[in-house]
Design a protein. Structure first.
Length: 498
């Protein structure tokens, strides 16, 4: 039977939610239905976390996994008690504890010879982040409150210096344990009592705390209630101002301004780009630089339009690569010929071997010649640099391709802004403003991170062939759409100047 607590309890994730925002904590406990279901990309990240967690356990051989589900916490606590009192069990995974209304599960508790334990929190990140310290601290508080002596607490994260050599991972190379005992104890002493008191008070309240929106809504995590809390915001809210600093945000809030259209002329602290956005929104028309026509005249057919997709997994896929190293696996290329004809070519690596050699060879032959290659931002240039280093024999050719890149994002920032961009220069936001007839809504994949995860899933040996085919087509469709979007944006810009 699942436990039914008489009053709300805290957990690691709820504590973390409460640190971000008391309103978020309240909504998570009482109104979780107001948050959307996790996206496929978020779900895939959870899956990666689970795979990393399972691998990390192998660093502590002979341990016992407390398999009792999370919703049967009392049972899990009891099973944990048995495991900890059995000196023959060197480590316990998913150990469960409860103390002062807080329920936690520890990734790993390792037994020491002196009757104490070492605590390990596994993170699929490349380093210890600030937000990991409270996460470990709350576990220390509960484990020690439950009567277990903890000698040291660690964050066990991925070591980015590790180079995968193929076969099974060398776990001692892949993982790195950083001792955060003193930082966690300092947090427990100085900050946790006040934070916990505020959380319990919020949870006793009859309604969600009236916390104002701000930087906290996206930091350190995008809040799952973001859309709910921002639903009544004006169409052009000040949060859309590019690179909005805390100082400007506070100044605008102090003046009671939430709508860009209400910012008075001459309001101090706006950057040149923010002023451009404001003037464009207030005037209800795009900003077009005086130099746009001349600049566009320099960009003539034949033109290539290029986009890469790369994968950068925590657990390296290919021998010779490091954790989180970006490995390109797919490109899409539209070519606009001098006679106005549009052609398309694509590459998507299908095998389980390193995609980079085939990626580079196919690309070099596809962009033969000297036509400019339109890209969006600097991602392709960075990947080409990586490729040149990885394949020295083709470095000259790859660098020659790189020298032909034309960054449409940089061009746009300099010459154009449409109020429909809502402060963003992301291609996904620029496209509906400039070329509303083309979008991503009909596609299975709609963003680069989802594409990378789809590619990983395509490589998993247990992914059924039918699903693999579906993902392959989704990847081809997505990347093709990105380069078609570049063509459309350039044509839309040309239409602005006649
Ligand atoms: S969106 Fe912002 S204000 Fe709303 S719950 Fe989340 S962090 Fe708090």
């Amino acid at each position: 039977m699942p436990d039914v607590p008489p009053s709300p309890t805290l957990s690691k994730s709820r504590f973390s939610a409460g640190l971000q925002c008391l309103r978020r904590l309240y909504l998570e406990v009482y109104h979780p239905e107001l948050a959307p279901e996790p996206s496929a990309a978020q779900q895939a990240l959870f899956d990666t976390g689970n795979r990393v967690g399972a691998l990390a356990r192998k660093l502590f051989p002979g341990g016992l996994l407390i398999e009792t589900p999370y919703d049967r916490h009392s049972e899990a606590v009891e099973a944990t008690g048995h495991a900890l009192s059995d000196a023959s069990i060197p480590a316990t995974y998913e150990a469960a504890f409860a103390h002062e209304g807080i329920r936690i599960r520890c990734d790993v508790l390792q037994r020491n010879g002196d009757g104490s334990f070492d605590l390990f929190e596994v993170k699929s990140s490349s380093r210890v982040k600030d937000e990991h310290i409270p996460d470990v601290a709350i576990q220390l508080h509960v484990v020690e409150g439950a009567g277990v002596r903890v000698r040291a607490a660690h964050v066990l994260h991925i070591n980015t210096a590790y180079v995968y050599l193929g076969g099974d991972y060398d776990l001692h190379g892949l993982f790195q344990a950083d001792d955060v005992t003193s930082e966690a104890r300092e947090f427990l002493r100085d900050e946790a009592p006040g934070k916990l008191a505020a959380m319990w008070e919020a949870l006793r309240s009859d309604e969600a705390p009236a916390v104002g929106t701000g930087a906290r809504c996206e930091n350190p995590y995008l809040c799952p209630f973001y859309d709910y809390c921002h639903q009544d915001f004006p169409e052009f809210c000040v949060e859309q101002l590019p690179h909005l600093s805390g100082k400007l945000r506070a100044a605008l809030a102090g003046a009671g301004i939430v709508d860009i259209r209400r910012i008075p002329p001459g309001f101090s602290g706006l950057s040149a780009m923010q002023q451009r956005v404001q003037e464009s929104v207030v005037g209800g028309r795009p900003f077009v630089s005086g130099g746009l026509a001349d600049a566009l005249a320099q960009v003539r057919e034949p033109l290539h339009f290029l986009d890469f997709e790369a994968v950068n997994p925590a657990l390296p896929l290919f021998p010779g690569t490091r954790p989180f190293q970006a490995v390109p696996f797919q490109w899409s290329l539209h070519t606009l010929d001098s006679d106005g004809k549009l052609r398309h070519q694509a590459f998507l690596h299908g095998g389980r071997d390193d995609p980079r050699p085939a990626f580079a060879e196919s690309l070099l032959s596809a962009v033969d010649g000297d036509a400019p290659i339109v890209v969006y931002a600097t991602y392709e240039a960075t990947r080409l640099n990586d490729l040149a280093q990885h394949i020295p024999s083709r470095a000259a050719g790859i660098q020659a391709v790189r020298s032909r890149l034309f960054d449409l994002l940089r061009f746009l920032r300099e010459h154009y802004y449409h109020p429909g961009q809502h402060g963003s220069f992301s291609l996904k936001d620029v496209l509906p403003a400039l070329a509303p007839d083309l979008g991503y809504g009909d596609l299975l994949l709609r963003e680069g991170s989802a594409a990378a995860l789809a590619y990983e899933k395509m490589l998993w040996p247990d992914t059924p062939q039918e699903e693999r085919e579906r993902l392959r087509q989704a990847l081809l469709d997505y990347c093709q759409r990105d380069t078609l979007a570049l063509v459309k944006v350039l044509k839309a810009l040309r239409a602005q100047v006649g």
